[in-house]
Design a protein around this ligand. Sequence first.
Ligand SMILES: [Zn+2]
Length: 327
Amino acid sequence: MRLTAIQKQYHQNADDIIRNHSKERKLLDKSRLAELRSSMKKSILGEKLLKWADNNDIKIVIDRKTEAGGYYQNGLKLIGIGTMPSAETLAHEITHAIQDEYGLLSSIDGTSVDELKKHTVQNYMVQTHFTEAAAFAVGKFVDKEVQQNIRILKKDADKLTNELKKGNKGFLISAIKFYFKHTVLNSRKHISSKEIKEDLKDRFINHFRNSYITRFYEDRHLKIFAKNIGIKDIKIPCGTFEYDMEDLKLPYKRGVNLNNKKSVLQIGNILDEFNFLDDLPENFNKSAKFRKFKTNLSLLNSNEPWTTENEIKNKLLFRQIKHLQKR
Ligand SMILES: [Zn+2]
């Protein structure tokens, strides 16, 4: 086991909670997780991610309290999946677990205010944009692969059913053989690394154009930062977890270094097989694209019109954080 004492404690706590679930729930969650695993294996990348998670002691549980599709508990090697499990969500969360392993996730939860002063709120939000963009890209790619392979499998199954309906006895034997040979795993379409890379890179870049999602995360991460620096009565969107432990003191983690190209490029590293960001320009951090990522922090840009009540509140929150950090 490569778990730290805190991680062990957290997993143990989850096991204790699960032990007290009703018999019905235990059975249902077990079958949901089994189904989810088999769905992941319909994607070749999904299967690799799952294998990585298993080899790295990532605990995967069903969480009935979360309002999110799923979450990765930063630093704790636990993935919670909501009541509508999908390969897309699991692949997204495993990507976060990998980012954690690579030291790309910054952790401010439960750290002291003094430690938090080392971190600017803008940096925290840019970091989370990058790591979310990568996780969304991987999740959506895996979903595409799963759907594609389900279609292939269905076509094969239809062909087989038709032949069986014709009642050809000689064919029956070969059909059965064909069926066993042609399991989900065998009929998956192989996608080249180059194709996956291109697909992920496009999804990564396009993520920053999705203002609905980027605003949601800006709002969420601003509030997480505010709460940790001691601003009271903050409700974090999607911040309820069934396996939560109060007063868990996690070490501060700096996360991806935005001023270091190597560190940023690590975000595109998928299981050391390929890197979907490796053809970003040399001076990427001065490029228009990178500046665009930064200006995507629309929430903090004072020249932006502030329209909704939430945005106005967030602007105040941002000022409050800045003020607290100066002290
Ligand atoms: Zn995420």
